[in-house]
Design a protein around this ligand. Structure first.
Ligand code: F6R
Length: 241
């Protein structure tokens, strides 16, 4: 793992965006794996700036998001589809048909999960995967467990994840309790992975991910087995390293 400690959130975002942009410059039809949440918002802002300055062109880029809440529609302003459209897709020249997000309303979830993985495969796999990390060490919505879940699947969110996500909802009852998430295998198959984290509330998870044993109790720790992971963290998230 390559660990880059930066001063603050803006630097973290710029560094991650620059790595992604350089991948796209080298391979204009790059396949990006994308995350949502608070952490990557700055990365999307930086990528939009790079696009506006004509430094990067998304016209042949294809994207796959890690996860989506289960049981809410695409146009719900809490869905990850909505988040991606508002915070990234509508600001750059990505073609809509090249953006993929698990369907959070699909009745036959198993079939949808399988076909999501098939489509990633048809595109040649993910070139660069951006990851945030939960305070409990989750990546995507692969929650702490007694085993790693390999395949894209329906997840019951842990209470601490529901609580952490409740900041975006009016009441805790409104927070979806299930999500569809790319599994550990699909994440680990990405050719390159960038894990970003900022703030003191991520310090423990970052420490366990990097310094302790690989365990499904800390899903992100599996990244120690990947050959090309760059961890970009601000000073606070790095404070226990
Ligand atoms: C969301 C995702 C999650 C988040 C994690 C951190 O697509 O993959 O694993 O990255 O929950 O969320 P924030 O960035 O809001 O702290």
């Amino acid at each position: 793992m390559k660990i880059i400690v930066v001063d603050n959130y803006n630097e973290m975002s710029k560094k991650a965006a620059n790595i992604i942009a350089s991948c796209i410059v080298l391979k204009p039809n790059s396949v990006l794996g994308l995350a949502t949440g608070s952490t990557p918002l700055g990365v999307y802002k930086e990528l939009i700036k790079l696009y506006e300055n004509s430094d990067v062109d998304f016209s042949n880029v294809c994207t796959f998001n890690l996860d989506e809440y289960y049981g809410i529609t695409k146009d719900n302003d809490q869905s990850y589809s909505y988040y991606m459209k508002e915070n990234f897709f509508k600001h750059v020249n990505l073609k809509e048909e090249n953006t993929h997000i698990p369907d959070g309303t699909c009745k036959n979830v198993d079939t949808m999960c399988q076909s999501y993985e098939d489509i990633i495969k048809q595109h040649g796999g993910i070139d660069v995967q951006i990851l945030g990390i939960g305070q409990n060490g989750h990546i995507g919505f692969n929650e702490p467990d007694d085993k790693f879940v390999a395949d894209t699947h329906l997840v019951k969110l842990k209470e601490d994840t529901v609580n952490a996500n409740s900041r975006f909802f009016e009441t805790i009852e409104d927070v979806p309790k299930e999500a569809v998430s790319m599994g550990i295998k699909a994440i680990m198959k990405a050719k390159k992975i960038i894990l970003i984290a900022n703030g003191i509330n991520k310090a423990e998870a970052i420490y366990k991910t990097i310094k302790e044993d690989v365990t499904p109790e800390v899903p992100a720790s599996i990244l120690q087995f990947h050959s090309d992971v760059t961890v970009i963290v601000d000073k606070e998230a790095a404070s226990k390293l």
